[in-house]
Design a protein around this ligand. Structure first.
Ligand SMILES: Cc1cc2nc3c(=O)[nH]c(=O)nc-3n(C[C@H](O)[C@H](O)[C@H](O)COP(=O)(O)OP(=O)(O)OC[C@H]3O[C@@H](n4cnc5c(N)ncnc54)[C@H](O)[C@@H]3O)c2cc1C
Length: 427
């Protein structure tokens, strides 16, 4: 037996949860399918950038966000030896309500969005429900078939299916949408180490040594480390064993040497096959892809979540009306890509330039830091660190909540949002 809804959203990641919430606030019947039982997956993107913080505020969710266990990152600084560092991105210089990146476990953010969604009568979130197949009839996507964890199956028909199922998207593959795949020379490995009280919390600090590169991300109770190496070297790294890996980490970050024993085996080190690709067309008739399903991002710059969220806001803004009228056309769907393509392509281009110009020279031992002319300019004109901060934190086309989705939070309306968050954190 088949059910019916206005919009099926496949995948409850950042793109899917924001889209589901916004469409529900527009009064559209929306069903979000998420294959996992919960949002508790480790080593997902955890950065919530100034543009997303502002969006949460516009949605009336700033107060709830402020209660999550987050840490603030106010700058990205590159160590240049002798205990000196150069700030390459200074978020404090941005004239935005939230001039910092909030590091928050992604599952907390997704739970917050799910709770807000459940307050809307037209919102439905089905966990443990995996989309297995697109229903395609007469050259149009008409809905999805799904399987539940307990073996049940079913079909939901809808005016529109939005694929938010991430970089291995089943929906985009089944629809035959073609992508441009960009060569990527790096992979990433993720692990955590204990955090100590005097670890500096406000700075995201990339570390470079001969043939090695890592970024230490301060989290509420631990340090999350992204360790970057050459693509395809995961089998060798695992064959060398955990002791050699610990020694590599200790050599790169001597201040953490006393903590590397907490890595019990290479099972504690998760491999990420880094990909950068982009669909040429983001839609088929009745289907739209957004977020990583439309464009896989490199972890460099930590912007994947925020782009996924921005796609969702653009999609909700452009499609809520057609969905309410039940008349979503391919032209409406194409408009989402048109609106988002510049910001997406620009970020992917910068990521690829950083792979080539920054990360690979470090991995090949040719350099230990960003190119000298860049450092010299930043040293002389520190205000320029606001440029990378803007590109990372806000991006080329920041999206704002459409009127139908805006709500006010419970705090005093005259108070500035950032001040409100600070106040709540002190309680
Ligand atoms: C290890 C790692 C670290 C990263 N670090 C950062 C970072 O620090 N900052 C940052 O901004 N970005 C980071 N990224 C990228 C970021 O996580 C993604 O760009 C972002 O999550 C994309 O959001 P999304 O909603 O498009 O897709 P996803 O977050 O991938 O969500 C897809 C969802 O769909 C579900 N799903 C998949 N298939 C199906 C199906 N058939 N049926 C139902 N559900 C399905 C999945 O379970 C998942 O919940 C990182 C990525 C990885 C892998």
């Amino acid at each position: 037996m088949s059910e019916r809804t206005g919009c099926v959203v496949v995948g409850g990641g950042p793109a899917g949860m924001v889209l589901g919430l916004l469409l529900a606030r527009a009064g559209v019947e929306v069903t979000v399918l998420e294959k996992h039982a919960d949002f508790l997956r480790d080593f997902r993107g955890d950065t919530v950038h100034p543009s997303t913080l502002q969006l949460l505020d516009e949605l009336g969710l700033a107060d709830r966000f402020a209660e999550l266990p987050y840490t603030r990152v106010e700058e990205v600084a590159f160590p240049i030896g002798d205990d000196r560092q150069i700030v390459v991105a200074d978020f404090r210089r941005l004239r935005v309500p939230y001039p910092y990146v909030a590091m928050v476990p992604q599952w907390d953010l997704l739970n917050l969005l799910a709770d807000a969604g459940r307050e809307e009568p037209t919102f439905s979130l089905r966990m443990r429900t995996e989309m297995t197949e697109l229903v395609q009839e007469g050259g149009r996507v008409r809905g999805v078939r799904y399987r539940t964890e307990d073996g049940g199956t079913g079909e939901i028909r809808a005016d529109l299916v939005v694929a938010c199922d991430g970089r291995w998207s089943t929906a985009r593959r089944q629809a035959g949408l073609r992508s441009t795949d960009f060569p990527v020379p790096i992979d990433a490995w993720w692990f955590r180490l204990p955090r100590e009280p005097d670890d500096e919390p406000a700075t995201l600090r990339p570390r470079a040594g001969p043939g090695r590169f890592a970024v230490v991300i301060p989290r509420d109770r631990y340090l999350q480390i992204a360790y970057i190496g050459r693509k395809g070297t995961d089998p060798q790294m695992r064959a060398r064993g955990v002791e050699r890996f610990r020694a590599d980490v200790a050599a790169l970050m001597p201040e953490l040497a006393g903590r590397v024993d907490t890595l019990a085996s290479m099972d504690d080190v998760k491999h990420l096959d880094v990909r950068v690709d982009r669909l040429r067309r983001w839609h088929a008739d009745g289907l739209l892809c957004i977020g990583d399903a439309a464009h896989s991002m490199s972890p460099v710059g930590g912007v994947g979540i925020n782009l996924a969220v921005q796609d969702a806001v653009a999609a909700a803004t452009l499609l809520a009306g057609p969905l309410r009228r039940g008349t979503v056309t391919p032209k409406d769907l194409a408009a989402v890509r048109t609106r988002r393509i510049l910001a997406t392509a620009a970020v992917q281009t910068v990521q690829r330039l950083m792979h080539r110009g920054l990360v690979v020279p470090i991995l090949e031992g040719r350099r230990m830091s960003p190119p000298t002319p860049v450092l010299a300019v930043l040293r002389r004109v520190p205000q320029l660190s606001s440029v990378p901060a803007y590109l990372i934190g806000v991006g080329l086309r920041p999206e704002h909540a459409p009127d139908f989705a805006r709500r006010t939070g419970s705090a005093a309306p005259t108070e500035r949002p950032a001040a409100r968050i600070r106040r709540l954190r002190t309680h």
